[in-house]
Design a protein around this ligand. Structure first.
Ligand SMILES: Cc1ncc(COP(=O)(O)O)c(C=O)c1O
Length: 389
């Protein structure tokens, strides 16, 4: 048998940082410990019934059994345009400025293939969702990391980007409300990003997957609301978190027509669009009853309050987030992210994600995902109380 050699693209991938956690998790599980997994950011509740019903109904129609259109169904893109108009007062042309995605991850990973040539620079935040970096590397680009620090409200410091890097940069990823830090951005930040992008001719890729997971009445803004944003940017969006639809694989990208077109050209050549019945379900999600979304927000707020109170009891510093379902928590003095994650798992059976897994500036933090029922979080708090620091 000949040797199977991976491409340099794959060999270039950073080592799998969660390997050690997975090993430890298996070890703790083998001891018979009841594990409370707060590691994975995947909504635990089911998709609302009316959305499932729309899928079940439209899945029966044979018109939906054939290849869908590459750019997405017109009806779905029109529903997205109506949603942007109602939610943000942003007017979009559904034909030229919106493309359906098979989940926003797909768009995030594919968009560099449209605009990044080997050696091109992409401005990538860290800590961050890893796909910004990986998508850039797969296209042969070079990520330039923008650290997100607490002092800066976890917003990138645009002034700290060296002039020559800014001139070379082709794209910049931003993500608010943010995973993993749960930080939010206002229109003032988005306006500064537009100015920066116009000055250096950079395509802005705004990942807004968590815009609707907003708590305590907070209303997240869209990058596309900023004046001039539609000249420089693309917003990638998802139904995954808002409607508990992570398994359905449906999202969209919206923004300047040429950017949408570039991403659409990549997609035409690598996938054949999203199942139309799933797009019909997406329309039902966007245009149907929004009470489940309201309930989801209240539920995450309650879960957040339970865990924040428990962590504070043992003296852990934590700022309650006003969006996303993540708690970004400073580890107690004397611990690294990895050491505290391991201790928590060992002594309490609670699984969290070490912050450095999202990038070096995440060192000193851990992330809890609030994707377990309140009773389980109460149980987690009981166990945390027993933790000997
Ligand atoms: C910041 C961020 N963006 C995008 C995604 C991808 O979501 P999806 O592909 O399900 O739309 C995730 C998933 O966890 C995420 O955390």
């Amino acid at each position: 048998m000949f040797e199977i050699k991976q491409s340099q693209r794959l060999q270039q991938l950073p080592p799998y940082l969660f390997k050690e956690i997975d090993r430890k998790k298996a070890e703790v599980k083998a001891r018979g410990v009841d594990i409370i997994d707060l590691g994975v950011g995947d909504p635990d509740r089911p998709t609302p019934a009316h959305i499932i019903a729309a899928l079940a109904e439209t899945a029966k129609d044979k018109a939906n059994h054939q290849y869908p259109s590459y750019n997405g169904m017109g009806d779905f893109r029109e529903a997205v345009a109506r949603w942007y108009s109602q939610r943000f007062e942003v007017k979009l042309d559904p034909d030229k400025e919106i493309v359906t995605l098979i989940g926003s991850k797909e768009g995030i990973a594919h968009v560099p293939l449209a605009f990044i040539d080997p050696g091109d620079v992409a401005l990538v935040p860290e800590p961050a969702y890893p796909v910004y970096k990986i998508g850039t590397i797969f296209a042969g680009g070079e990520p330039y990391y923008m650290p997100l620090t607490e002092e800066n409200g976890f917003l990138p410091d645009l002034e700290a980007i060296p002039e020559d890097v800014a001139r070379k940069a082709k794209t910049m990823y931003i993500n608010y409300p943010n995973n993993p830090t749960s930080a939010c951005a206002g229109l003032d930040f988005y306006r500064r990003v537009v100015d920066f992008a116009q000055k250096y001719e950079i395509i802005v890729l705004s990942d807004a997957a968590y815009s609707e997971v907003a708590l305590d009445g907070y209303v997240a803004r869209s990058f596309l609301e900023a004046d001039g944003a539609l000249e420089v940017g693309l917003e990638l969006h998802s139904l995954s978190k808002t409607y508990n639809m992570t398994g359905w694989r449906i999202g969209w990208a919206a923004g300047r027509a040429e950017i949408v077109r570039g991403l659409g050209m990549v997609k035409e050549n690598v996938d054949s669009g999203a199942f139309q019945a799933v797009q019909f379900a997406g329309i039902a999600a966007l245009e149907g009853d929004q009470k489940p979304v309201e309930e989801m927000r209240r539920m995450y707020a309650r879960r957040r309050d339970v865990l924040v109170a428990g962590l504070r009891e043992i003296g852990v510093r934590v700022t309650p987030p006003k969006a996303t379902f993540y708690l970004w928590v400073r580890v107690p003095d004397g611990y690294t992210s990895a050491a505290f994650t391991a201790k928590l798992m060992d002594q309490t059976g609670i699984i969290c994600t070490p912050g450095n897994g999202f990038g070096p500036s995440g060192e000193g933090y851990i992330r809890f995902a609030l994707c377990q029922e309140e009773e389980r979080l109460q149980e987690a708090v009981e166990r945390i109380r027993e933790l000997k620091l």
